[in-house]
Design a protein around this ligand. Structure first.
Ligand SMILES: Nc1ncnc2c1ncn2[C@@H]1O[C@H](COP(=O)(O)OP(=O)(O)O)[C@@H](O)[C@H]1O
Ligand SMILES: [Mg+2]
Length: 470
């Protein structure tokens, strides 16, 4: 059964239950009130008669009836049957309208009267109409009597029958109205949901630019549509990045390959001297080295994307690791007259993988050295903070152009510094750095230095750090 049917069924069951209970309760309250009124009228007459009886003498016990044609009109006695009995249940006096009949007296009734209790009874078969009867005990000297007053239940029953019909009719009408309202509401709700589902089915990877039509309300459905639309936006961006990535990768590989081909074709066109061959081979080697490092970077990214790189953080001595990286890059820095300076006043532990940290350091040092002005200094600062460890790489290069800031970490993005200096690189380094750091909850920002020209790259590693003066 569909969710819509189930919801409707639950709604119907709830409506039936509530309406039935409400109608039954209403009818019960009304019947109590009608019966209560009858009981009160019977008791009033019974007590009046009992009072008169107690005031009279035991010899002249009789029912006080208005003499025909003389008393004022009395609605109190209308249709009321009155009977006086003694302690044994023997009839002592009766009202005229009882005719030859008597009001029934049970052993239980006599017992209750003997205890001085006033008793109410319903007698369904005592006469041609069902009767309600009250019995009031009276003490007259040594003797005990009781006044029994009965009235017809016919009027009350008829009132209650009409009320039952009215309540029943109202309940059915209410039931139909509520059921119809429920059906219309669920129909509307699920109609909207089905429309959204149909729209969502039409959206494929080729039409990720499409969005679901907003129902125009700020309710749960509106919020759902908004959430789905923003998810579509994210998917679209991810798809576009993926598409661009493949196109960029193909382009980046094709350019050096076509340069290689041209060089080789040119040198084969006519005989060359040994020196010319050496020069050609050297230039080809440079292209091959560039291609190899780019393919290695692409593989690195593919592994990071696939989650194959281990991301188990360990406690790594950041200062020692940085010293190791500096030693590795000292040669190429010195070739450009660049000095690598480390400020690490203490041993700083960072929660990161050792191989991952080395990969990040290599990429940042590569950038700092290749973008730095010749004969300048690259500074590395390491410090421990309450929230983790910080590593800064500061250079004296051209700094970051504001147009580049947004895209520095995109794959294959090369910025102003790269174009100005004609440096090597495929624009994958920072994308790799960011992807690696993301895996460890670490962050990176690159800005211009505020103490002169150059870029300041700031890394923050979270977590438990242990620092001691070194
Ligand atoms: N230290 C830096 N100084 C100036 N620009 C930088 C620096 N580091 C990175 N950039 C800019 O960010 C771009 C992307 O860097 P990266 O992803 O490492 O690519 P690549 O080094 O291959 O150019 C660079 O092309 C450059 O424009
Ligand atoms: Mg780089």
């Amino acid at each position: 059964m569909g969710f819509r049917r189930r919801l409707l069924l639950v709604h119907l069951m709830a409506v039936v239950l509530i309406v039935t209970c409400a109608a039954a309760a209403g009818w019960w309250l009304l019947s109590q009130s009608v019966l209560g009124q009858l009981d009160a009228a019977l008791l009033a007459l019974g007590e009046t008669e009992a009072g008169l009886l107690a005031d009279g003498s035991p010899e002249a016990i009789h029912v006080h009836e208005p003499r025909p044609g003389t008393a004022p009109p009395s609605l109190v006695r209308l249709d009321r049957l009155v009977q006086i009995i003694d302690a044994n249940g023997a009839v002592v006096a009766r009202s005229n309208n009882l005719g030859a009949g008597t009001l029934p007296v049970s052993a239980d009734l006599l017992k209750s009267l003997a205890h001085g209790q006033t008793v109410f009874d319903t007698l369904p078969h005592a006469s041609e109409e069902p009767l309600r009867m009250v019995s009031v005990p009276v003490r007259l000297g040594e003797h005990r009597y009781a006044v029994l007053v009965a009235g017809s239940l016919d009027d009350a029953d008829r009132t209650l029958d009409s009320a039952a019909l009215l309540f029943g009719g109202l309940a059915v009408a209410l039931l139909l109205a509520l059921a119809a309202a429920g059906a219309i509401l669920t129909g509307r709700l699920f109609g909207t949901v089905e429309r959204i589902a149909a729209q969502a089915r039409r959206i494929s990877d080729a039409s990720l630019g499409e969005r679901l039509a907003h129902p125009g309300s700020d309710d749960e459905i509106g919020q759902l549509v908004q959430t789905l639309n923003s998810m579509l936006g994210r998917l679209q961006r991810a798809f576009e990045l993926q598409r661009n990535f493949t196109a960029n990768a193909a382009h980046e590989i094709r350019s050096p390959l076509s340069r290689l081909r041209t060089e080789i074709e040119l040198s084969l066109r006519r005989p060359r001297t040994a020196e010319e061959h050496v020069a050609t081979l050297q230039s080809c080697l440079e292209e091959v080295v560039g291609l190899t490092s780019m393919v290695e970077e692409l593989l690195q990214l593919a592994r990071l994307d696939a989650g194959q790189e281990s991301r188990q953080p360990e406690s790594v001595a950041l200062d020692a690791l940085t010293r190791e990286a500096i030693a590795r890059w000292e040669g190429s820095a010195a070739a450009r007259g660049i000095q690598l300076i480390l400020h690490a006043p203490q041993t700083v532990q960072a929660r990161v993988g050792e191989r991952a940290a080395m990969l990040v350091l290599n990429n940042l040092l590569d950038n700092a050295i290749k973008f730095s002005a010749p004969d300048s200094a690259v500074e590395l600062r390491i410090s421990a903070e309450a929230g983790g460890a910080t590593l800064e790489v500061l250079d004296r290069g051209p700094g970051i152009a504001s147009a580049d800031q947004e895209q520095l970490f995109e794959r294959f993005y090369r910025g102003r510094a790269s174009r100005q200096g004609q440096t090597s690189g495929a624009g994958l380094g920072l994308a790799i750095v960011r992807s690696v750091l993301d895996g460890y909850g670490a962050t990176i920002t690159i800005n211009n230095r505020n103490d002169g020209p150059g870029a300041a790259c700031r890394l923050h590693f979270p977590g438990r750090q242990a620092a001691r003066k070194g």
